[in-house]
Design a protein around this ligand. Sequence first.
Ligand code: GRF
Length: 209
Amino acid sequence: MGVLASGRGSNLQALIDAGQKSDFPAEVELVLSDKRNSYALERASIAGIRHSHLAPKEEGFYLKMGDEIENCEIDLICCAGFMRILPPEFVSRFPGKIINIHPSLLPSFPGLHAQKKALDAGVTVTGCTVHYVDEGVDTGPIILQAAVPVLPHDDEETLSARILGYEHRIYPLAVRLIAEGSVHCVDGVVLYSGNAHQEGSGFISPVSE
Ligand code: GRF
């Protein structure tokens, strides 16, 4: 995997940790950031993973990013809190190979501040989504989602923290499914093989007796 990250990098860490387990079928080989001081780069350094900062204001930013990824023979590009919209020329250079994690149940609440949007909308369930990246903002084919209840006294911070815990679970899981060949995206449709679905699973929030 190559990971693109702009900030604290907790999802990156979840992918690094998963990749260090002997039975996990993928490993983080490269971390790229558009922010020189991002903690994501520090995490990569601590883990001994190749990493670079690329300056977004410099010409050819996405070209350089793509070249680094190709040089490292990366199979899967994971956006993990990468705060930029990938341009069409970058997305089309790596068809079906870029995934992202978003802190809502897409297609609800795409874009920034997804947790606040969920609170403002008064939903009782929100969550997180891993999806393939297309040219839109958080619009690509959905791979995995986790539903997370909104609790009565939640604010943006408490809800974000609860969702984040699930992000750290489903991102490595999505990578595992892709690396094992249990998930494919064909013409914008995600196809599963194996035991991805469980009859009768689900939950109701708020819970009533
Ligand atoms: C996560 O909530 C992710 O879903 C969103 O940005 C946040 C990044 O957090 N895209 P971290 O940098 O992985 O800790």
